[in-house]
Design a protein around this ligand. Structure first.
Ligand code: TXA
Ligand code: MG
Length: 345
């Protein structure tokens, strides 16, 4: 299969390209498209056959459920069976945006989308290209992140092509995504609204609208879990081994490890904030600059993991930052990339 690359203006996507991509979705094909978080790999969410192609293209296990994307609030009632009262204020504040809600699944959405669960994940993205595509297709669009299973998510069209060229019908290239980490997944089907995955909308922001929102206990325990290797599934993984150091206080340990590894002739990559670059000037390592701020770090994180991988480094050294705000999502992705291990230090 030849993957068509349709370049679009991210703010004002060309109607011809959008129409072409929408037709592909309507006829059961796969289209990758930018959202404000990461690129998604879209298919008609109402068609079990179309959705099956997503799992095949990504080599994603059928046990991993997919988010359904809508363009307006009216479309929600065709995706969810019931809409609990907390949805309205959340949607008012955070939609369109980087918030995914878990609700009861409407029968219109085939079970394959949700890995046979009775629930469904739904999100209204804000990216103009995503919105234009969903509107033109006039369908709910099932879309996981547009990377091969267990690889870092794609924040640029080039990343999508690295993993999926020849496996999908088309990609709308709308440049680099702005947030860079995936949406926050909030489960509204349990007793208490619970974050299953930290992401683009911070816990603190959700709590201003819904004070009861809590982080999933398993996520809170992840630091403890990190002491027992192999508990977390491999995810967001570059080919190189990721060594994660706890936080800024761990920088001396990180530098020491970088020195030891280069002395033993390993090729070492480091990802860090711009201000940290001078710390490594004396060492023969590849430094990937995440930018000045935590927002920049979120935006550039997956690109950094992919870029260092492309240099064929043996190890990638990283450390966590503040776990507040967007920091929680960055920490979560780094911990998973490191397969749940935190280095001592
Ligand atoms: O920002 C995003 O969320 C991106 C863009 C493309 O929208 N999408 C994305 O999809 O990250 P994916 O498939 O890579 O991650 C979806 C997450 C997974 O952790 C999945 O387990 C969870 O959402 N999820 C999906 N449906 C679910 C459900 N019914 N119940 C619980 N978790 C669900
Ligand atoms: Mg993903």
């Amino acid at each position: 299969m030849q993957t068509r690359v349709l370049t679009v203006n991210p703010q004002h996507p060309e109607p011809e390209a959008i129409a072409e991509a929408a037709e592909i979705l309507q006829s059961g094909g796969l289209v990758a498209f930018p959202t404000e978080t990461v690129y998604g790999l879209g298919a008609n969410a109402s068609s079990a056959n179309a959705v099956a192609r997503i799992f095949e293209a990504k080599q994603r296990p059928l046990t991993d459920p997919i988010i359904v994307h809508i363009a307006d609030f009216a479309a929600l009632s065709a995706v969810a069976k019931t809409i609990p009262p907390s949805v309205e204020p959340l949607a008012k504040h955070f939609w369109p945006g980087a918030l995914t809600l878990i609700l009861e699944r409407n029968d219109n959405i085939p079970p394959i989308v949700s890995a046979n669960q009775a629930t469904v994940a739904v999100r209204m993205p804000s990216h103009p290209v995503a919105r234009a595509l969903i509107q033109a297709a006039d369908l709910p669009v099932a879309a996981p992140s547009a990377n091969a299973f267990s690889r870092p998510s794609a924040t640029m069209a080039a990343h999508v092509l690295q993993d999926l060229d020849g496996r999908i019908d088309a990609i709308l290239d709308g440049g680099q995504t702005t947030i860079g980490v995936e949406s926050t997944v909030l489960d509204l089907t349990g007793e208490r609204p619970t974050i299953l995955r930290p992401g683009g909308v911070a816990l603190e922001a959700l709590q201003t609208v819904l004070p009861a929102v809590t982080m999933r206990a398993k996520l809170v325990e992840m630091d403890a879990l990190a002491q027992s290797p192999g508990q977390l599934i491999k995810h967001y993984s570059p080919r190189a081994k990721v060594l994660l150091f706890a936080d800024e206080t761990a920088i001396p340990a990180l530098i020491k490890t970088a020195r030891e590894r280069t002395e033993s002739r390993q090729s070492v990559g480091v990802i860090g904030l711009s201000a940290e670059r001078p710390l490594f000037q004396a060492l023969p390592i590849a430094f990937f600059d995440l930018g000045e701020t935590l927002e920049g770090a979120a935006r550039n994180l997956f690109a950094g993991l992919r870029a260092l991988d492309a240099l064929n480094v043996d190890v990638i050294l990283a450390h966590g930052y503040s776990r507040e705000g967007i920091g929680a999502a960055i920490w979560d992705r780094l911990l998973r990339a490191a397969e749940g291990h935190i280095q001592a230090g």
